[in-house]
Design a protein around this ligand. Structure first.
Ligand code: GUN
Ligand code: ZN
Length: 658
């Protein structure tokens, strides 16, 4: 029913399949009022809409029409339609006169594509007893709805709504228990008051606590989120669907949505975008129109802006620039800045979902960028690298660093350690820089270290980050020497130099390819992978390493875009021989062994085990349970996603071994 096409952080571009067609996600479902609707939302890019089954049920005329002619005819929309159950009315009016199974029956009878059980939206900041009590009812009703639907063989797909108020532990528990019910979609409920109160920081905690326990193969809907200002942030946390009554509610109040906030028509001097409405009318002309006409035009603008933002978000996911967009959007309001800073506390979780290589460069937009998954992963990988005896710190040079520092003689001062004479052969050379903290010279052309841009003048957070990173890594070495330049240039507050040496950095391709292999495969594999009579072939045009041979035999190609290795048959065999099971491996069921050997893609369903350190876009080995090497290829999803999905590709196989 759901398939992932592209990923960035927890964000995904996906396809949701329904009986009334496919929907590209992240998607916005305009709320259709069954009685009052006058706007044709399809015209503005809506592929799916949401309406309220309870409002239809309550109105005898609508109810009859929906039962006779169907929901799609009633609201005049031929694409997928989701229905809500009346829970929101329950939360506002305290009661609804429909039962849980009754509302399921009704949604099925009127032909809804996706229905909802009667969850209880618990307000934020209630006491925990109450939140738990409501949550138990919500879970019980979700279970009842699914069992009822299954027994009756209904076509209706079902939402199970995550509740739990503002208690992250309750949200996590609710998500976990709903997961075992195997619902079709997982909305996150009762967040409207948080958004109305600009409490985006708590929104982050609520959403992150929920998604971490939801299955990755089901779409998630952030209920009642319809302001384009928050879409990017929420997509980065793993939300796939939004619904908007905002487009019409704001229009009725003469307010125009933009990606940076809301503007009242009375304050408008210039139209805010270049949509049909904004191109055709001036603010004065719009103000003079009769109310009904004006509302429709503003609603049209609001829809246009919302769909344009979702297109931009999907593009950012394909490019790998979603966090740049999130950080940009979160500068629109201080409360959103709090939210993106809060999201920084979830970097380790986001890292698990973030692809290991991306097509775009990393742009530093502010101190929040230092908490991105890409930085967290780099430092974690660096911690796990084999280390030489001493560490030499450089700073302030031009990129590519290895070229800039090649042969340069420098005076280095002892920062920590024994003050012995340093042998450059037994030292790691790293540049102290933003955004990655430390860039080993041998890795300076490898993603993400080569592809990044940061300002020349450092802010205080960046300086603190550099000092902390340096302090941490100093502990892994016998002696740390530092060049005067970073100290001077960054104004680092470091201890007095005590001793100095002259040291020259020398480029060495063999050392470099081994270092890249260690970094890429997260194992001390460089020596064994590149053992033998090495022949390093470079591009005549760019001078960059392209192919590595042992004698005549190709071991690996270096991809030009990110300087990561793509293995050959021999390279895969060496990796397999020298890295222990189950590292770097995707283990498949014996039933698909021959497909893998034939070079066909591996599907998630047939993966029986996978190294938990693997990330989307990694180059991996494919084996059977006896650890026979069947093939090698590129992983498309992370281990949790592969585990959760029962359909779709897990590994694009590059080549199989017959
Ligand atoms: N619409 C906005 N929030 C909610 C919620 O928590 N539950 C349901 N069913 N609908 C909503
Ligand atoms: Zn406009």
């Amino acid at each position: 029913m759901f398939e992932i096409k592209a990923k960035d952080n927890r964000g995904r571009v996906g396809v949701l399949k329904t009986q009334h067609g496919k929907v590209m996600t992240p998607a916005l479902m305009p709320v259709i009022h069954p009685r009052k609707q006058t706007i044709d939302v399809k015209k503005y890019g809506a592929d799916i809409v949401i309406t309220n089954a309870y409002l239809i049920y309550k109105d005898p005329k609508l109810k009859q029409k929906a039962l006779d002619e169907g929901l799609h005819k009633l609201i005049d929309f031929q694409g997928p339609v989701m229905t809500d159950s009346g829970s929101f009315q329950l939360s506002v009016y305290g009661d609804v006169d429909i039962g849980n199974t009754e509302v399921i029956d009704f949604q099925e009878q009127i032909g809804s594509d996706i229905g909802t059980s009667l969850d209880i939206p618990t307000a934020p900041y209630v006491d925990k007893e109450e939140a738990r009590k409501d949550m138990e009812i919500t879970i019980k009703r979700a279970q009842e709805a699914i069992e009822y639907r299954n027994n009756k063989n209904y076509n209706l797909k079902l939402n199970s709504v995550v509740q739990g108020s503002t208690f992250p532990d309750l949200r996590s528990e609710c998500a976990d228990r709903l997961t075992s019910l195997n619902a079709d979609l997982y909305p996150i409920g009762a967040v409207v008051p948080l958004m109305e109160g600009y409490d985006y920081k708590n929104l982050v905690d609520v959403v992150m606590a929920s998604v971490k326990n939801l299955p990755d193969n089901k779409p998630r809907h952030l209920m009642g989120a319809g302001h384009p200002m928050v879409f990017a942030l929420c997509v980065a946390m793993g939300c796939d669907l939004f619904d908007s009554a905002a487009y019409i509610l704001y229009a009725e109040d003469d307010r125009l949505l933009t990606t940076t906030g809301t503007i009242k028509l009375e304050n408008l001097h210039e139209m805010p975008c270049s949509c049909e409405v904004c191109s055709k009318y001036t603010p004065d002309e719009l103000r003079k129109l009769p109310k009904k006409e004006r509302v429709e035009l503003i609603a049209a603008h609001n829809l246009h802006v919302s769909f344009a933002e979702l297109r931009r978000i999907r593009q950012a996911i394909y490019e790998g620039t979603l966090m740049e967009l999130v950080e940009l959007r979160c500068r629109a309001h201080p409360a959103l800045l709090d939210a993106v800073r809060e999201l920084g506390n979830y970097s380790e979780d986001l890292e698990k979902y973030d692809p290991s290589v991306k097509k775009s460069a990393f742009f530093y937009t502010g101190p929040e960028s230092l908490k991105r998954a890409t930085v967290t992963r780099h430092l974690e990988k660096l911690r796990n690298q084999p280390k030489k005896k001493d560490l030499i710190i450089l700073g302030g040079g031009r990129k590519p660093y290895s070229k800039y520092y090649q042969g340069r003689l420098g005076r280095f001062h002892t920062l920590t350690g024994s003050q012995e004479q340093v042998n450059p052969e037994e030292a790691d050379f790293m540049v102290l820089d933003i955004p990655f903290g430390l860039t080993p010279l041998d890795l300076d052309e490898t993603y993400p270290l080569a592809q990044n841009v940061a300002p020349k003048i450092l802010d205080d957070d960046s300086i603190e980050f550099l000092i902390n990173t340096l302090a941490e890594f100093s502990e892994y070495y016998n002696q740390v020497l530092i060049h005067a330049r970073p100290v001077r240039e960054y104004g680092l507050d470091l201890p007095e130099y005590e001793h100095s040496h002259d040291i020259r950095f020398k480029k060495d391709d063999t050392r470099k390819i081994k270092a890249i292999a260690n970094y890429q495969f997260q194992s001390d594999i460089g020596e064994q992978l590149f053992d033998g009579d090495l022949n390093i072939e470079k591009s005549k045009k760019t001078g960059k390493i392209r192919h590595i041979y042992d004698g005549e035999e190709l071991i690996a190609n270096m991809r030009a875009s990110d300087a990561n290795f793509v293995l050959s048959d021999e390279g895969a065999k060496r990796l397999h021989k020298n890295i222990n099971y189950p590292n770097n491996r995707v283990v498949v069921d014996s039933s698909v062994e021959e497909f893998a050997r034939d070079g066909k893609s591996v599907f998630s369903k047939f993966v029986v085990d996978i190294d938990s350190n693997i990330r989307a876009q990694d180059e991996v080995l494919i084996t059977n349970s006896n650890d026979d090497l069947l093939a090698y290829g590129k992983v498309l999803l992370n281990p949790k996603e592969i585990n959760d999905f029962n359909t779709g590709q897990a590994v694009k196989v590059r080549k199989g071994f017959k």
